[in-house]
Write a protein that binds this ligand. Structure first.
Ligand SMILES: NC(=O)c1ccc[n+]([C@@H]2O[C@H](COP(=O)([O-])OP(=O)(O)OC[C@H]3O[C@@H](n4cnc5c(N)ncnc54)[C@H](O)[C@@H]3O)[C@@H](O)[C@H]2O)c1
Length: 249
């Protein structure tokens, strides 16, 4: 992530917070976080501050376009340039497929699909104004899930939103390829973030893995940094599945 100014949506916890820390260790030049939770975001920015990097934060619920765009503008203004956006914010409530209500649908669609779309649009508007570095003007990495590719009757509304993120990634990648902006997704299998541990589904996933264990968040984060980092100059519209053999594309 050398010399990359990185903005992480959902960077207050879990994978997003870990990405902020790992990006600093890899030489990022600035870190911005957009999250619902200001305290968590403050804590997640600590490694960047400790390294003396410019940091920025905006508290935001990404479900509505106006709020999402305003938050991105605040962070971008403060950092000056945004090389990479990572969309890691999502909700993943579990509910049997026959019991999903309108309210359940609305909540998951609003955060996981609309929020991801709003943040991509905001970032692309900013990236289009920036001069390219080499051939690349900016990179976006959306976090989807293996659930996008698998039958998941305990989690069907979440799985459907993550399939939508795979689709949105392709459409957006095609739209902004002429601008030199690369848009990709990473689809992790279950990983031991605090929230996933609390929900208790990790042992069941570990059992289903041919590697005989669940993935660690670091093992997913490496691929996010690869897709969003300077070594990626030609991959766009792809979804990288990191599932330890849980599924094969
Ligand atoms: N943990 C897993 O097992 C797993 C597996 C596959 C994919 N994923 C995906 O990885 C990503 C990160 O997961 P995690 O386990 O780190 O999640 P997490 O719940 O630990 O962190 C999500 C962050 O997003 C923020 N957020 C939630 N709703 C928001 C909103 N409306 N506006 C702004 N911020 C909001 C939260 O405050 C939190 O800081 C998600 O996209 C998730 O779907 C997770």
């Amino acid at each position: 992530m050398k010399n990359i100014s990185l903005v992480i949506v959902g960077g207050g916890a879990g994978l997003g917070a870990l990405l902020a820390e790992m990006a600093v260790a890899e030489g990022a030049s600035a870190i911005g976080i957009i999250d619902l939770d200001p305290r968590a975001a403050e804590a997640a920015l600590a490694p960047a501050r400790k390294a003396g990097l410019p940091t920025a934060f905006a508290a935001c619920d990404i479900r509505t376009a106006d709020a999402a765009h305003a938050a991105f503008a605040t962070v971008a203004r403060s950092l000056g340039r945004v090389d990479t956006l990572v969309n890691a914010a999502a909700i993943y409530p579990r509910k049997p497929i026959l019991e999903i209500t309108d309210a359940d649908w609305d909540a998951s669609l609003a955060v996981n699909i609309k929020g991801t779309h709003h943040m991509m649009v905001a970032a692309i508007r900013q990236m289009r104004l920036q001069p390219p570095v080499g051939m690349v003007r900016g990179r976006i990495v959306n976090i989807t899930s293996v659930d996008a590719f698998k039958a998941h009757p305990q989690n069907a509304h979440y799985a459907a939103t993550k399939a939508a993120v795979v689709s949105l990634t392709k459409s957006m990648a095609h739209e902004v390829a002429p601008d030199g902006i690369l848009v990709n997704s990473v689809a992790p299998a279950g990983m031991a973030t605090e929230r996933a541990r609390q929900l208790g589904f990790l042992p069941e996933l570990a059992k289903a893995s041919p590697l005989g264990r669940g993935g660690e968040p670091q093992e997913m984060a490496e691929w996010v940094l690869m897709a969003g980092g300077p070594k990626n100059t030609y991959m766009t519209g792809e979804t990288i599945i990191v599932s330890g053999g849980y599924i094969y594309a």
